[in-house]
Design a protein around this ligand. Structure first.
Ligand SMILES: Cc1cc2nc3c(=O)[nH]c(=O)nc-3n(C[C@H](O)[C@H](O)[C@H](O)COP(=O)(O)OP(=O)(O)OC[C@H]3O[C@@H](n4cnc5c(N)ncnc54)[C@H](O)[C@@H]3O)c2cc1C
Length: 506
């Protein structure tokens, strides 16, 4: 069966955090616009945005060592860390607006305060961490960061990590209490529920198969439901928020901006602790340093997580290689993404990233015992029987030709690709990901709706008071934003470190 003719203002492809965020922003800005969302799976937030498929770190560069590179002159470059921190402040402001407007009832259902820590071992890395601490700790965005090399202090912060640590190598850590654990799956579901209750047509088990421009400059989508019925929907604006599925759909749109771009899939595995006694002994996100040759997204970390009102403990992700672009994707995703226009870019990346591919394949082949050995660098007493392996989400890193890196350069950030007339946009890439969804979706709005920006600016500023301003350059605004978001999102509440947590769980 085929059905032609449904018309709407906006189509959002994919029910992940990105489409959910863009839909919610647009609903606040122009409630009268008609919006439709198509999701190929049965429910929202089942791919990368799902709480078990990502690490739930509210990325604000408080603990991720790859955001502060050491330059050749020995100094620490904090510019990336500042940028990511500011972007997370944007997310927190928008989420606070949603709580204040009663669009989200209980912030603790998706965000919890959790110390963010960096942990290193060995003289060289301790020296690096100390320098990083010096570079960040006087910066207002990173206020409250502490540093210690003292085993007693570390034992207080991370008893599980320090217990029975036999080696005498120097060890050091930083800790900052303003970190967060974010359940992006729960947030996605809340936002999409809100959209559904507010006149947005949300269709699950509807896969977008084709995208084509119509003669009047709009976009026609061919959509197939679970029973094989085919529908055609037209929209003035389309957002491709299909996660790993975005590259294929962007290619189908045929826009020139989508050419010469490829995707490099990276799979992931987490280890999850099944022993509640061990889970209770840890209360932090502890990030280590990437091994030589390892990509930044495989930096190991030991994370307390709050999922389904339960405290969990996860370690990983172990990066690996799989040709799929989505966890529910096909083994042909990588090969079918190679087109005449990107074949040279892909071949160049293949040659350049041979070592990375080899590393990722080796990682896939690691036995559970080998993975436990890596875990023991964090928890020396870890036992294999206390930990299970779970498959995480897929990340598709962007490959493109750049001036700095040349042909086929692997990118580690997120990238908005839009047509010149702003009628279609796609989000590619994976990192820092969901944490910066609000900043990235504001970029989509700026690129695709410049004609409305003057009219929309007051509302955007109501939702995100720091919109258009640098928080670092405005200490009073930073203080106000940090105080207000912490209060609204209940990030000031002290939680019990061990045993029962405070009232927020009830
Ligand atoms: C292992 C791992 C760890 C991560 N850790 C973090 C972290 O700690 N912090 C952080 O901020 N970010 C993290 N991320 C990144 C973050 O998860 C992603 O950036 C974010 O979830 C992407 O959201 P999305 O909406 O773009 O994609 P997704 O959540 O993948 O949603 C895309 C949706 O589109 C649907 N879809 C695909 N193709 C079609 C089609 N043709 N038709 C209809 N629907 C379609 C999919 O089924 C899916 O539901 C991590 C990611 C991974 C994989």
């Amino acid at each position: 069966m085929s059905n032609r003719g449904t018309k709407t203002d906006v189509i959002l492809i994919g029910a992940g955090i990105m489409s959910a965020t863009l839909g919610t922003l647009l609903k606040e800005l122009v409630p009268e616009w008609k919006m439709t969302m198509f999701e190929k799976l049965e429910s929202p937030g089942e791919e990368s945005s799902n709480e078990w498929n990502n690490a739930g770190t509210g990325h604000s560069a408080l603990c991720e060592l790859n955001y502060t590179e050491e330059k050749s002159d020995g100094s620490i470059d904090i510019s990336k860390a500042v940028k990511i921190n500011e972007q997370f402040q944007v997310s927190k402001q928008f989420w606070s607006y949603l709580v204040d407007s009663n669009l989200i009832e209980k912030p603790q259902d998706f965000i919890r305060p959790l110390p963010h820590m960096s942990l290193v071992q060995g003289e060289e890395d301790v020296r690096f961490l100390k320098k990083r601490f010096k570079a960040l700790s006087n910066n207002p965005l990173f206020q409250g960061m502490e540093y210690s090399e003292d085993p007693e202090q570390l034992n207080e912060w991370i008893p599980l990590v320090m217990q029975d640590r036999a080696d005498n190598e120097p060890i050091a850590a930083t800790k900052i209490d303003s970190g967060t654990d974010v359940n992006f799956g729960a947030l996605t579901r809340m936002l999409i529920n809100h959209l559904k209750n507010n006149d947005v047509d949300v269709h699950y088990q509807h896969q977008v198969k084709k995208i084509k421009r119509t003669s009047d400059g709009h976009w026609e989508l061919k959509v197939r439901d679970a029973n094989g019925n085919v529908f055609y929907h037209t929209a003035k604006f389309v957002f491709i928020g299909a996660g790993g599925g975005s590259l294929h759909l962007l290619q189908k749109s045929g826009i020139p901006e989508g050419k010469h771009i490829g995707g490099f899939p990276v799979s992931g595995l987490f280890m999850v602790c099944n022993n509640p006694d061990i889970v209770e002994q840890h209360h932090a996100k502890v990030y280590g340093k990437a091994k030589v040759g390892a990509p930044p997204m495989s930096v190991p970390h030991l994370d307390t997580r709050f999922i389904d009102n339960k405290k969990s403990l996860l370690f990983g992700p172990f990066a690996g290689f799989s040709p799929k672009f989505l966890k529910t994707g096909s083994m042909f995703d990588l090969i079918t993404s190679v087109k005449p226009h990107n074949v040279l870019t892909m071949l160049a990346a293949g040659v350049k990233e041979m070592a990375l591919t080899k590393y990722l394949i080796q990682q896939v082949l690691l036995s559970k015992e080998k993975r436990i050995e890596e875990l023991r660098e964090f928890i020396p007493t870890a036992k294999a029987e206390d930990w299970d392996l779970i498959v995480a989400g897929q990340r598709v890193q962007v490959i493109k030709d750049t001036e700095a890196g040349g042909k086929g350069t692997l990118q580690f950030g997120t990238e908005v690709v839009s047509s010149k007339d702003g009628s279609i946009a796609a989000l590619l890439g994976a990192s820092p990901g969901a944490s910066t969804a609000v900043h990235v979706m504001l970029q989509v709005i700026e690129k695709c709706f410049p004609q409305y920006l003057n009219e929309w600016e007051p509302k955007i500023k109501e939702m995100i008071p720091s919109y258009g301003a640098s928080l670092l350059a405005n200490p009073d605004l930073l203080k106000k934003v940090q105080t207000e978001t912490a209060e609204t999102l209940r990030l000031n509440e002290k939680e019990a470190v061990h045993g029962e947590r405070a009232s927020v769980l009830s």
